[in-house]
Write a protein that binds this ligand. Structure first.
Ligand code: HEM
Length: 421
């Protein structure tokens, strides 16, 4: 039997609303759209233009591959941006080939599977320290004590910044990417006027502090210091262009945001599953599954931490009988693809036997496939392994709560009690 990961029961939510995911992902709405209206138009509740929603797995793969038809270079979130805002805020994620490919080549080695594999021991050490502390307390918020801490501690090491700065970076990263949730920012994007911050990443004033931090890193690197993988980012690409200081600051914000909360919500979903899916822990402990890596992938499919990314049509085209015009925003709901029964058997069940898992959590198929994918998978695998090794029992002690965001999907508070083996 499946177990509920979402409390949302509404088949008709407004996908433009940040509240749409308040009770977890509106899976019922996505089920309906995949069945009835796979290229669906949503009017925006607010001044922004509406957008198309792509919800079927096959269509997501098809359209994500066609980067010449659907560009990332006009913004990747639902909001409209002026040319000026777009230029001020863009990172390499908001570029298309050939510029995107040239820049990505500079950073991809630092996050490749083989490079990341070298961090396994360090990740295990951090997980062990976090679990030691949490398990001593027996009852704790699993997001606060485990899921929120590991990703930034590890990323800080990779990018070469001190461990002591990790907690501050987590706080600022949350203010950026969780800009719709009053628990993380006073500048809630759809509730207060953020116009004066429109030139900053995520329209967030927290970016000013992150820019200062990035400026300091820039100065040190220009003085000849080697800082983790960051120096490679400033090298000229194969096209002979280099990242400007503005682009570096935005890239730093992207890393702090992207490397922070997506892995966190995968770990939170993993621990939530261990506490609520009765067959998961025994199967992990008995070896009745298709391998730890496959289980980490299954947990990341289940979690689907980035619900969508947006593209912009570069020319008119027809899809499922709908006329998409050049300039229209097209939203790729990877989260919906991950629950599409046409591509994924028993999508509402955590399966122990999915050696091949065609999930889309990392934006598979497209040129922007997640840079941190191998790192995220490794962290989730080690959390699974170490928790399974140490747990006799795990229970959820009170209701969990979800992040307020239609962009990032996850559990932000998860009270649990553990009994160690
Ligand atoms: C489970 C954890 C994660 C999930 C679910 C996730 C999800 C995604 C997705 C869906 C994309 C594609 C965006 C698009 O198609 O426009 C992406 C891109 C990206 N991710 Fe992740 N991510 C995760 C972890 C990380 C980590 C740990 C890092 C930091 C090292 C990271 C850095 C990036 C960057 C820099 C990009 C842009 C790549 C490009 O444009 O070429 N991600 N991520």
């Amino acid at each position: 039997m499946s177990y509920p990961f979402s409390r949302s029961d509404d088949a008709y939510v407004d996908l433009s609303s940040q509240d749409a995911f308040n009770e977890g992902a509106p899976f019922k709405t996505f089920d309906r759209l995949r069945a009835e209206d796979p290229m669906h138009w949503t009017e925006f509740d607010g001044p922004d233009r509406g957008f198309w929603s792509v919800t079927r797995h096959a269509d997501l793969l098809d359209l994500n591959r066609q980067a010449d038809l659907l560009s990332s270079a006009r913004g990747i979130r639902m909001e409209d941006q002026t040319e000026e805002e777009y230029e001020a805020r863009k990172t390499f994620q908001e570029t298309d080939a050939p510029q995107h490919r040239a820049f990505r080549a500079l950073v991809s080695k630092a996050f490749s599977k083989s490079t990341v594999a070298q961090y396994e021991d360090r990740i295990r050490e951090i997980v062990t320290e976090l679990l030691d502390e949490a398990f001593d307390a027996r009852e704790f918020d699993a997001v606060d004590k485990i899921a929120r801490r590991l990703p930034m501690q590890m990323l800080a090491q990779i990018i070469g910044i001190p461990d002591d700065d990790a907690a501050w970076l987590v706080e600022k990263g949350d203010a950026l990417i969780s800009n719709a949730d009053p628990d993380y920012t006073d500048f809630v994007i759809d509730k207060v006027d953020t116009d004066e911050y429109r030139m900053l990443p995520f329209r967030s004033p927290a970016a000013v502090e992150l820019f200062d931090y990035a400026n300091d890193l820039l100065k040190r690197m220009e003085a000849g210091e080697q800082i983790g993988v960051l120096n490679t980012v400033l090298e000229p690409t194969s096209h002979g262009t280099s990242m400007s200081h503005d682009e570096f600051r935005n890239f730093f914000c992207l890393l702090v945001a992207a490397g922070n909360d997506t892995t966190r919500y995968s770990i939170a979903a993993t621990i939530h599953s261990l506490a609520n899916c009765e067959y998961l822990l025994p199967a992990l402990q008995n070896g009745a599954h298709s391998g730890w890596e496959a289980m980490a992938d299954e947990m990341i499919r289940w979690a689907s931490p980035t619900s969508h990314f947006r593209r912009t049509a570069t020319r008119d085209f027809e899809y499922h009988g709908k006329q998409v015009a050049a300039g229209d925003k097209v939203v790729l709901w990877f989260l919906s693809g991950n629950r599409d029964g046409e591509a994924i058997e028993d999508p509402y069940k955590i399966r122990l036997d999915r050696p091949r898992n065609p999930h889309l959590s990392f934006g598979q198929g497209g040129p922007h496939i997640c840079l941190g994918m191998w790192l995220a998978k490794l962290e989730v695998r080690i959390v699974l392994e170490e928790m399974a090794r140490r747990l006799a029992k795990i229970e959820q002690t009170a209701e969990h709560s979800y992040l307020r965001s239609n962009f990032i999907h996850g559990i932000k508070k998860l009270p649990i009690r553990v009994t160690p083996r």
